[in-house]
Design a protein around this ligand. Structure first.
Ligand code: PLP
Length: 388
């Protein structure tokens, strides 16, 4: 067997300006980053509240390591479930106002595990067409009948729900759409879902920490309870600044996941020190509302500045502020021109986003200053003539 065919497919990807390469980050995550030997202002992390290198979080992590060691050592069901994991599950249950929470090692695994534990081939899953890859993959892997509905369109969802005979029906949506930054119309999705006897699962990876008065995400912002959103997913690697993910819901849901979610059962527990540090992060998320306020100001400043320069933004009020470019090659060229000016912004290309909608995905963080946002706008002004 030869690898020529793989070589050819790699070359095709290069020719289409879709080839991906990794850059090496040599500093901690933050507004100022060192990448491959050079300093940049970064606008592409998901560290929305600026907690990833907060000194109090680092201290909590050190304390966790001293108390619990480094590795989890075993899976949760085989004595890898530590006191630190347990305490974090309880704190997150209180934070989300749900009866119980289950930790997963990553958001990707939480999504695969949850959808897979709830559905099989007698069932049907309904997904927003712009859902995160892990939700789409979870739906496909579950073996359930898979349907996509129009983006954020409860009427399109309800039509599809009405036409199914499946045993269980699970509706799955991002809370904040990760590549567009818009917020799902959860009240409408919840009404449509309940009217048709289905369950709603919301993955609020980008909403937790950023939305809601105490950082409780979309469900706090819209005031949605357990009945309205029975399956709620959050991730800890974004606004919380640590790593891992959780599912919040009823006692029955969580026990079902412990029994049947394979990505929960067959993997080593997250390092307990990470759970320990996340307890501190959860307190900071709730208490330091100024981080959300400052972020809100930066979002407004960026949007009005970029629109004045003639850039096409998307309807987003969240820290995800994509600039629509269209052509993948052009998005890459502008991203490189910004890089030459000392600014790091990721270009997002198909297949992560639909063909013809390549974009610069600007993300803002509470750790950015207004002056840093102004530097980004200045650089965008300088590269403006590259827009066709
Ligand atoms: C980032 C992300 C995930 C994956 O979470 P990880 O913990 O990074 O694996 C899942 N869902 C959405 C919507 C995300 O943006």
């Amino acid at each position: 067997m030869s690898f020529d065919e793989l070589q050819a497919s790699l070359q095709q990807r290069r020719d289409a300006d879709l080839y991906r390469v990794r850059r090496t980050l040599e500093s901690a995550q933050g507004p100022e980053v060192r990448v491959d030997g050079r300093d940049y202002l970064g606008f592409c992390s998901n560290d929305y509240l600026g907690l990833a290198s907060d000194p109090r979080l680092k201290q909590a992590m050190i304390e966790g390591v001293e108390r619990f060691g480094v590795g989890g050592g075993a899976s949760h069901l085989v004595l890898g479930h530590s006191e630190a994991h347990h305490a974090l599950e309880q704190a997150l249950a209180e934070f989300t106002g749900r009866p119980r929470v289950l930790l997963f090692s990553t958001g990707y695994m939480a999504n695969l595990g949850t959808i897979g534990a709830l559905l099989d081939k007698q069932d049907a899953v309904f997904e927003d067409r712009l859902n995160h890859a892990s939700l789409l993959d979870g739906g496909l892997l579950s073996g359930a009948r898979f349907q996509r509905y129009l983006h954020n369109d409860a009427a399109s969802l309800q039509q599809r729900l009405q036409r199914t005979e499946a045993r269980r029906k699970l509706v799955v949506s991002d809370g904040v759409f990760s590549m567009d930054g818009d917020i799902a119309d959860l009240p409408a999705l919840s009404r449509a879902t309940r009217a048709e006897g289905a369950w709603l699962m919301v993955d609020d990876a980008h909403g937790f920490g950023c939305l809601g008065a105490s950082g409780g995400g979309c469900v706090e912002q819209f005031g949605l309870d357990l009945e309205q959103v029975p399956v709620l997913i959050g991730t800890l690697g974004k606004a919380f600044g640590t790593a891992g993910a959780f599912v919040a819901g009823s006692e029955t849901l969580i026990e079902t996941l412990i029994q049947y979610a394979r990505p929960y059962i067959y993997t080593t527990s997250m390092p307990p020190a990470v759970a320990w540090a996340t307890l501190t992060s959860l307190q900071l998320v709730q208490r330091e509302g100024w981080r959300r306020e400052h972020l809100g100001l930066l979002i407004e400043r960026f949007r009005s500045g970029a629109q004045r320069l003639g850039y096409q933004l998307m309807p987003s009020s969240t820290p995800i502020q994509p600039i629509l470019i269209g052509d993948a090659g052009q998005a890459m060229a502008i991203s490189r021109a910004l890089e030459q000016r000392g600014i790091f912004v990721g270009a997002i290309r198909p297949p992560t986003v639909p063909a013809g909608t390549a974009r610069l995905r600007v993300t803002l963080s509470a750790s950015h200053s207004e002056a840093q946002v102004d530097r980004l706008l200045q650089a965008l002004d300088e590269v403006r003539e590259m827009l066709r």
